[in-house]
Design a protein around this ligand. Structure first.
Ligand SMILES: [Zn+2]
Length: 448
């Protein structure tokens, strides 16, 4: 029997920061139930019609009788489970994904990760059209099944590789456009952009509809590189996305320099900076100076807690002493738009993962102590990354596509204590198949 296109989901709890603000204003008071107060969860019912949210009503004693029962529509009873808009994953590396068994990083260090990718992509030349297409699509299948609707991926762009990679990206973006909005960022040394080939490469990124990006290092020419990149981006009306300060060196201040350059060059399009780890090992005055400049330049920050925990402070036969994450709480308190994303997945930079943004949120919360209170941090994997990608935020509001995940968990404590593998994912109001792809799909590629 086909699923109904017009129905109610009753008895859901939605983080109040993810509900349209005009609705919140009309229903200001959260009920005096401790869990709801503490987690700021709003109890309500949703009417779904033709793939959209048609009505949101507060869960009050007479609301079912007045608004629902009379319409005699099908009802899904969520039994106080949490409902969260579909995730947006702002920082990934789909092209590197799932090569762990073929090219592991056995010492687990950052240098080991760089070598592992170089060996797999360049020395062994494994990144053929077929290899990339199938591994990247495997990542998309996982993401979709876990409830993600938008992904930005960085793409390694050595000269021998990028045309193949761009071709695969184009085809997957088109094939998956109804399910996942895909964005691409170049991942190259920033010095490349001051060469004549770099200018042509900027044209190729523009032709792809991509974003200019690369890895920022504290080199003497860094400001010159930034000036060139901002000029290339302004000429082509492109956004920017950098890997900054992915280390524990207090002298590493590329984030500060990016923000300063954005102000100097009056760069108006969105800039996102990922990692920013060294901010956490700088003295407070230095860190605050950077945070203030990041806010002034409207630079968005994306923290990659799982990858940072894995790679930072890893020395053979020594226990790590720090968690590797940036100052997410201080950045957030200063009004910076802070997102949390997954980064690498089963590759030399991060040996685990499954493109599950709930796992990212769970790990991020525990690594960065974003609990007690949870505040608005759920925005960091939903509405904030969406807005940094220039997409509709996906807030729960009337007229929006009915794209959300429904969990059995009734509180953040329950949500973050189990993997929630039994979550229901709705896209355009229809329950999707949340079966994950079988690892064996890739066996012939990775010689498992
Ligand atoms: Zn990255």
């Amino acid at each position: 029997m086909p699923e109904p296109s017009h129905y109610w989901i009753v008895n859901v709890r939605i983080p109040d920061c993810l509900i349209d603000s005009s609705f919140r204003e009309q229903n200001l008071d959260l009920p005096l139930i401790p869990t709801l107060q503490r987690d700021r969860l709003f109890p309500c019912h949703l009417e779904i019609r033709d793939g959209q949210i048609a009505k949101v009503i507060a869960n009050s004693p007479d609301s079912i009788a007045n608004s629902i029962a009379l319409e005699s529509l099908p009802i899904i009873d969520a039994k106080q489970g949490m409902l969260i808009p579909c995730f947006s994953d702002l920082h990934t590396h789909l092209d590197k994904g799932h090569i762990w068994e073929r090219s592991p990083n056995l010492d687990g260090t950052f240098q080991g990760a760089l070598k592992g990718i170089y060996r797999d992509c360049t020395e062994q030349g494994n990144w053929s059209y077929d290899d990339l297409y199938r591994r990247m699509e495997f990542g998309l299948k996982c993401s979709y099944a876990h409830g993600t609707r938008a992904i930005r991926t960085h793409l390694d762009c050595p000269p021998h590789q990028f045309e193949t990679t761009f071709q695969v990206f184009r085809e997957l973006r088109e094939k998956w456009k109804e399910k996942i909005t895909l964005q691409a960022v170049s991942l190259v040394p920033l010095s490349f952009f001051v060469t004549p080939e770099g200018e042509k490469f900027a044209d190729a990124i523009a032709d792809l509809g991509g974003i200019i990006g690369g890895i920022a290092h504290m080199v003497p020419e860094f400001d010159q590189f930034l000036a060139r990149i901002m000029t290339l981006a302004i000429e082509r009306n492109l956004c920017l996305d950098f890997h900054t300060d992915e280390n524990n060196d207090p002298e590493s201040r590329t984030l500060y320099r990016v923000a300063a350059a954005a102000l100097k060059h009056d760069f108006k399009s969105q800039i996102v900076c990922g990692h920013c780890c060294s901010l956490a090992v700088q003295d407070e005055e230095t860190a605050n100076e950077t945070i203030a400049l990041v806010k002034a330049a409207n630079v968005g920050i994306v923290s990659l807690p799982m990858c940072n925990l894995y790679l930072q402070d890893r020395v053979a036969e020594r226990t790590p002493r720090w968690r590797g994450v940036t100052l997410v709480r201080e950045l957030d308190a200063a009004g910076v738009n802070v997102a949390i994303s997954s980064d690498n997945c089963r590759d030399p930079f991060y040996g685990f993962g499954d493109h599950d943004m709930l796992q990212v949120f769970t790990m991020g919360t525990k690594i960065s102590h974003l609990d007690t209170p949870y505040g608005n941090w759920i925005e960091s994997v939903t509405t904030r990354p969406a807005s940094l990608m220039g997409l509709p935020t996906g807030n729960i509001s009337v007229g929006q596509a009915a794209d959300f995940s429904l969990f059995k968990a009734r509180s953040y404590n329950e949500l973050l204590s189990r993997p929630q593998s039994d979550r229901l994912v709705f896209r355009n109001g229809m329950k999707i198949d949340t079966t994950l792809p079988d690892y064996a799909e890739l066996d012939d590629l990775i010689n498992f």
